[in-house]
Design a protein around this ligand. Structure first.
Ligand code: RIB
Ligand code: CA
Length: 324
C-alpha cells in the first residue's frame, strides 16, 4: 500500500502528542515532518515536547521544525493551565537533544509543498499556515488534503461561549486560511468540538489500556493525569476530551465521522472573536470551503486508536462496546 505523505502542524500539548503517536503507528501514513506552532505551549516548549514523543515512539527519524512564536495580530495566550507547566501534563520527561534547526516550519512547508502535493493535519492555531499563505500562495494551494482540529458548529466553545481554542488563539490566521480556501475553491475538513467532545478518555478505558499494554498504558497515564484533573476541575467530567487524535483517525478513515459541506468564516473581533460561523443554511450563497463534521462513531475511533497504540488486532477491542 502506498503511504500518504502528511505533515502534522501542532502545538504539543497532551492531545497533540496522542495524535502524533496514532499517526506514527498508522501504516497508511508517512509523516514526513512535524511543524510546531505556538498554542497550548510556547513554540520552543512544543518543539521539545514533540521530540520527547518521537523518542518515546522510537521515531527520532521524523524531522521537527519550529514555527511561529506568536499569533498574526493578537497577543499570544497559551493553554498551559490545561496541559501543565511543561505542556505535557507535568510528566517532566527528560529533554531530548538534537534537531538543530536547518529551516523554519514555514520554510519547510513552503519548500515541501512547492515540490509536491502533500497533506496537512493541523492540530493547533493556524499561524504557520497563514504565514505560508502570505509567503507562497501556490505552495499553500498545493496542499492535497487539509484536516483541521478546530472550530465548533453547534457545540459551545471552550475559550468563550462560541470559540474553540485553536481558532480563538489566532483568529486572524484561521480567518485568512478559510478565506484563502474559499478564494481558491479548496476545502478544509473541520473536526470541531461537535465531534471531539464525544471522544472522552475515561479512567475505565485508561485502566483497560494499562491491562492490555502496561508500558504504553503507563506512558499515556503519565501524560494525561494532569488533563484528567483539569477536566474534573473545570468541566466536572470524569475523563479527558482528546480532541486531536480524532483528526488523525478521520484523516485515515473519513467514514469515522459524518457532516456536511458549508461556507465557513472565522470572526476576528468582538464578543464572538474566534467563532467559526458555519453557514449551514447557505444565507450567504457562497461556495463551500469546508466539510464540517458533526457526527462520530466513537467505538470505531477508540478501536482504531487503541488497536494501533497497543499493537492489538481490532477484534480484541470489541469489549469497548460495553465500556463506551
Ligand atoms: O480546543 C482544543 C484544541 O486546542 C486541541 O487541538 C488542543 O490541543 C488545543 O490545541
Ligand atoms: Ca492541539
Amino acid at each position: 500500500m502506498e503511504k500518504t505523505k502528511v505533515i502534522i502542524d501542532c502545538d504539543p500539548g497532551i492531545d497533540d502528542s496522542l495524535a502524533i503517536m496514532l499517526a506514527l503507528k498508522s501504516k497508511e501514513l508517512d509523516v514526513i515532518g512535524i511543524t510546531i506552532v505556538c498554542g497550548n505551549s510556547p513554540v520552543e516548549m512544543g518543539f521539545e515536547n514533540a521530540k520527547k514523543i518521537l523518542k518515546q515512539m522510537n521515531r527520532l527519524d521524523v524531522p521537527v521544525f519550529i514555527g511561529e512564536d506568536r499569533p498574526l495580530c493578537r497577543a499570544y495566550v497559551n493553554a498551559l493551565d490545561t496541559h501543565g507547566e511543561d505542556g505535557l501534563g507535568e510528566s517532566f520527561l527528560p529533554k531530548v537533544d538534537g534537531y538543530e534547526q536547518e529551516m523554519s516550519a514555514v520554510d519547510f512547508l513552503t519548500l515541501t509543498l512547492k515540490r509536491k502535493k502533500v497533506s496537512v493535519i493541523a492540530l493547533g492555531p493556524m499561524t504557520n499556515l497563514a504565514r505560508l499563505i502570505q509567503k507562497d500562495l501556490d505552495a499553500f494551494c498545493n496542499i492535497d488534503k487539509l484536516v483541521s482540529m478546530g472550530g465548533t458548529f453547534k457545540s459551545h466553545g471552550n475559550c468563550s461561549p462560541v470559540a474553540e481554542y485553536n481558532y480563538w488563539c489566532d483568529p486572524d490566521a484561521a480567518a485568512l486560511v478559510y478565506k484563502t480556501l474559499h478564494e481558491n475553491s479548496m476545502r478544509i475538513h473541520m473536526i470541531g468540538l461537535d465531534v471531539t467532545r464525544k471522544i472522552v478518555l475515561t479512567p475505565t478505558i485508561l485502566e483497560y489500556i494499562c491491562r492490555l499494554n502496561p508500558k504504553m498504558g503507563d506512558f499515556i497515564k503519565k501524560i494525561t493525569k494532569f488533563y484528567f484533573d483539569f477536566h474534573w476541575q473545570w468541566e466536572h467530567i470524569i475523563g479527558c476530551v482528546i480532541n486531536d487524535p480524532l483528526a488523525v483517525a478521520y484523516f485515515i478513515d473519513q467514514s469515522i465521522c459524518s457532516g456536511f459541506d458549508s461556507f465557513v468564516e472565522i470572526e476576528t473581533q468582538g464578543i464572538s472573536l474566534g467563532q467559526s460561523v458555519v453557514d449551514s443554511m447557505n444565507f450567504y450563497r457562497k461556495e463551500p470551503n469546508a466539510t464540517v463534521l458533526t457526527e462520530v462513531d466513537t467505538f470505531r475511533f477508540f478501536q482504531m486508536f487503541l488497536s494501533r497504540l497497543l499493537d492489538l488486532e481490532p477484534e480484541k477491542l470489541d469489549i469497548l462496546k460495553d465500556i463506551l
